[in-house]
Design a protein around this ligand. Structure first.
Ligand code: NAI
Length: 336
């Protein structure tokens, strides 16, 4: 067996953390042959929950789990980690303005970026989950210039999985039969779930475009998009808490594909730093279709974007540009 890999989970005592850490300990993040040492970080107010979580992890007797570092100190938490899953952040509370939440998260992500840059493995792979995920990742990227920008990503895989599941359900086929949907843009209600390049493998084994199999463009251009965009809010309405089980599962899918690659001919959605593809401003953290191989992702280029899609891409780009401007103004204000 290879040496254990250190994996940091910030906000580990929270809801997603509780679903995620057993999956990591079972090998769903890095593979069934990769031992791990879990670094669990949370704030002092959550220290008891963190202790309880550590106890339960020990009680799980997970064969791949070779150690636990539970801490409230990011410098300690970041030491030597090769993967960092950022769940910790300041939630939006009733009556709070968007810029107030952003200001809290700018402070958190600046500090954690600096700690990761100084203490994590030089090739640390980061996935930011805490909202606003794309912009938190952008702040982290801008404050950790020594970490290669290709190593900093944000999670849109949950949205991707939601889109795949909706199509599979509608087609009456298993989930693996649906491939190459795309989530473009922000992890927010402006995201654009795009099926125009997606394929369905039908029961006779033939591969057909999603639109040809579903045969309902009105649904695909209307309720399907809305359902995926609003799914998180709908889960909150019913559960009174945000998606946790499905978010944890998506974190594992995101990192697993990143590290182990995507199957031949298939892509997944990841929030990554734009290289200007599809007219998205360079450096914006944007969800694109990506193919991965040996720990490197590559944006799928040259897909045809029709007028309907272009309008949706422009809307989500505009929202991210606005979020970036807000974050930049907060950073500028705090450094004066
Ligand atoms: P939660 O509120 O249950 O847990 C968050 C944890 O972060 C808490 O234990 C809190 O004490 C901790 N925390 C706060 N500030 C911290 C800091 N500075 N350092 C370390 N830990 C800190 O929230 P939950 O449900 O686990 O969600 C986590 C985040 O993920 C939220 O921001 C949520 O909106 C977001 N989310 C993102 C999704 C995505 O697809 N990108 C999907 C679902 C949730």
């Amino acid at each position: 067996m290879p040496d254990p890999v250190r994996v940091l989970v910030t906000g580990a005592a929270g809801q997603i953390g509780y679903s995620l850490v057993p999956l990591i300990a079972r090998g769903h993040l890095l593979g069934p042959d990769q031992p791990v040492i879990l670094h669990l970080l949370d704030i002092p107010a959550a220290v008891q929950s963190l202790e309880g979580l550590e106890m339960e992890l020990l009680d799980g007797a997970f064969p791949l789990l070779r150690g636990i570092v539970a801490t409230t100190d990011i410098l300690h938490g970041a030491a030597g980690v090769k993967v960092a899953v950022m769940l910790g952040g300041f939630p939006r509370k009733e009556g709070m303005e968007r810029k107030d939440v952003m200001a809290k998260n700018v402070t958190i992500y600046k500090t954690q970026a600096t700690a990761l840059e100084a203490h994590a493995d030089n090739d640390v792979k980061v996935v930011v989950v805490a909202n606003p995920a794309n912009t938190n990742a952008l702040i982290l990227k801008e404050h950790a210039p020594k970490i290669p920008s290709k190593n900093i990503t944000c999670l849109t895989r949950l949205d991707h999985n939601r889109a795949v599941a909706q199509i599979a359900h509608r087609a009456g086929l298993p989930v693996p039969n649906v491939r190459n949907v795309i989530i473009w843009g922000n992890h927010s209600s402006t995201q654009y779930p795009d099926v125009n390049h997606g394929i369905v493998k039908t029961l006779d084994g033939s591969k057909k475009p999603i639109r040809e199999v579903i045969k309902d463009d009105a649904w695909l251009n209307g309720d399907f998009i809305k359902t995926v965009q609003q799914r998180g809010a709908e889960v909150i309405r019913l559960r009174k808490f945000s998606s946790a089980l499905s978010a944890a599962n998506a974190v594992c899918d995101h990192v697993y594909n990143w590290v182990r690659g995507t199957p031949e001919g298939q892509w997944v959605s990841m929030g990554v730093s734009s290289d200007g593809s599809y007219g998205v401003p360079v450096g914006l953290m944007f969800s694109f279709p990506v193919k991965t191989r040996k720990g490197e992702w590559e944006i799928v280029k040259g897909l045809k974007i029709d007028a309907f899609s272009k309008e949706k891409l422009d809307a989500t780009t505009a929202e991210l540009v606005e979020e970036k401007a807000l974050a930049d103004s907060i950073i500028k204000g705090s450094s004066q």
